[in-house]
Write a new protein. Structure first.
Length: 88
């Protein structure tokens, strides 16, 4: 996420593990464990996707202009799989 906001970083920690934190960027890993915990707390996959889109790098935002999604399709799909497995 391209952010230096303490709030954004705290939100990211709800569904990711922080790997590196730089002055204006945070590198994090999505994991099933953290994502499922966030889902149990009432956070929806749509909320996670909107957050990731709102903090994306400008280069990722350009993908949308080219007709692609900002968040890669494999990431979207995995989040949806975790959400559907939780619902079972």
């Amino acid at each position: 996420a391209y952010t230096s906001s303490p709030l954004h970083i705290r939100l990211l920690k709800l569904f990711c593990t922080i790997a590196i934190q730089l002055p204006n960027m945070v590198v994090a890993h999505l994991s099933a464990e953290r994502t499922l915990r966030a889902l149990k707390q009432g956070i929806l996959v749509d909320n996670i996707l909107r957050f990731l889109e709102s903090t994306a790098h400008p280069r990722a935002l350009r993908r949308q202009e080219e007709g692609a999604t900002i968040v890669p399709e494999n990431v979207r799909s995995q989040l949806e799989v975790w959400e559907s497995n939780r619902a079972r």
